[in-house]
Design a protein around this ligand. Sequence first.
Ligand code: NAD
Ligand code: MG
Length: 293
Amino acid sequence: MTIDTDRPELRNGFPPQQQQPPGLTSDMDPLPDHGEDSYEGHGRLQGLRTLITGGDSGIGRAVALAYAREGADVAFTYLPEEKPDADRTTELVEAAGVTCRAIEADLRTSAACDQVVAETVEALGGLDVLVNNAGYQMAREEAVEDLTDENISRTLTTNLEALLWMCRAAVPHLGEGASIINVSSIQAFSPSTALLDYAATKAGINNLTVNLAAQLGPRGIRVNAVAPGPIWTPLQPATQSTEKLEVFGQETPLGRAGQPAEVAPAFVFLASRAEASYVSGTVLGVTGGKPVF
Ligand code: NAD
Ligand code: MG
């Protein structure tokens, strides 16, 4: 079954709406498509033990659903405010007949990251795939001199420090054939001034992906990134103005925003030992046609 990419809002703009970060799926109009009615698994990740940060909603939920339907066990993290979203993801993963563990955690301390990995290994009996998907952005009209310390550190700690802490905690558990998948962004290649700090973290994630692939390659561990373009997730109404949402995605060559369900297959491919066995150190764009180089 294919997903419905002809929904009018994808081309004609999203209705006015605003949320506070991290945002909830149920408050979005329209609801995003995570592949609930369309994703068909084919056992491509059978028995893999996977951990997805920020798997309660958006891209992370679509990845959790796809991984579960491909036969993987799934642990994922969520913030306390996101419990309703986390419950829905758990429902979707468990419906696929695999093990699910939802872990409440704010990843902005190394201790929390250590704890998340330890709990995952305990719940799933090990770890084969780490998806560093949690991320934070806030679009700002102000210039660089108006950024507060809190603005800067929230973005950098969530997107870069936590990602390094997660890798540091996870790698001792990863064996030959395991992989790490980071979430980059079109912003790493084509930055918006309103996302100054965020775009820089995504460029940093690209650099880290390549370098970590070089460091872990000799141990048989692959490291890749997915760079999404504009995708309809809670992050958007929680961090972009209504004017931006009105035209969200329309600047892409495909002329529309993407759905989380359209990004998840890239994560399935990169996690698959059979299909991506020689793919490491790459950034795979899912951008609606915008260049990722
Ligand atoms: P989302 O809001 O559904 O997911 C982001 C998740 O990050 C949240 O669910 C939350 O659980 C997690 N998170 C945020 N701060 C955290 C913290 N301090 N501790 C732990 N978890 C935290 O939105 P999404 O768009 O699916 O975002 C997923 C990833 O995709 C992010 O890294 C984002 O930067 C990236 N991305 C999104 C888009 C897009 O257009 N939506 C484009 C490019 C990249
Ligand atoms: Mg969320």
